[in-house]
Design a binder for this molecule. Sequence first.
Ligand code: ADP
Ligand code: MG
Length: 254
Amino acid sequence: MIITVPVTRYVTPLREGGSMPGIVEAGDLGTYVCKFRGAGQGLRVLVAEVIVGELARRIGLATPRLVALELAADIARYEADEEVQDLLNASLGLNLGVDFLPGSFGYDGQNETDAELAAKVVWLDALTANVDRSWRNPNLLVWHGDLWVIDHGASLYFHHAWGGGITDPARFAAQPWDSSDHVLLERASDLVKTDVELSNLVDEAMLTDVVAEVPDVWLEPVPGAEDPADLRAAYVRFLTARLATRQWLPGGTS
Ligand SMILES: Nc1ncnc2c1ncn2[C@@H]1O[C@H](COP(=O)(O)OP(=O)(O)O)[C@@H](O)[C@H]1O
Ligand SMILES: [Mg+2]
């Protein structure tokens, strides 16, 4: 599981983000972008952040280190801004911490992007059905000249339909992915070649490791999947089923 560190100070809201993320300091002296459990989009977006972020890391993409941020009531108590105080109070317990990259800036297409790196990002987004990497909203940072992927909460959308119980992985497996909007599509090298490389790397064992990084308390029970182990197994089933097809890959076959 990703490690847990306590929040020691709320610093400032990050106004750009739709999910009201904030900058916080933590007990390990780190500075993190905090994605709050009480931000209204629910815990599943935090689950998607960890699964897809950790998968990104394992396929060799740069992505900030993730931690679970333990937020205690006394941090909220001394917050002057009422809106922030409400958010903090709604977020006591474990939140997602994304290691803050100081001095990074948003990708705007000006930088030269390595074509194989671009293809890896497209492949990851296609596999996980990430819809949040458009020109309007690239969710890519440039830091020390390198490209970093962030913000994977909008991927794995299938889990939003789990309220009545785990759905059918075959449907997600067969679902195409619309690449037309993707910020790196034009820059990507041969996706079929990247697919060969990455599908040799990503397997059920890796997916099991990735899903094991999610904190138990974010894996809310649904009918038929009562404990965290059932939910972890469901995520592995969905992603493994999708890996066995290629409708999701732009230009892919079968
Ligand atoms: N680790 C980070 N380091 C520096 N800036 C970040 C980091 N994570 C996010 N940001 C900044 O905050 C903005 C919002 O974060 P993001 O993860 O995209 O949240 P949202 O889900 O609200 O879009 C990003 O577009 C980026 O400008
Ligand atoms: Mg974003």
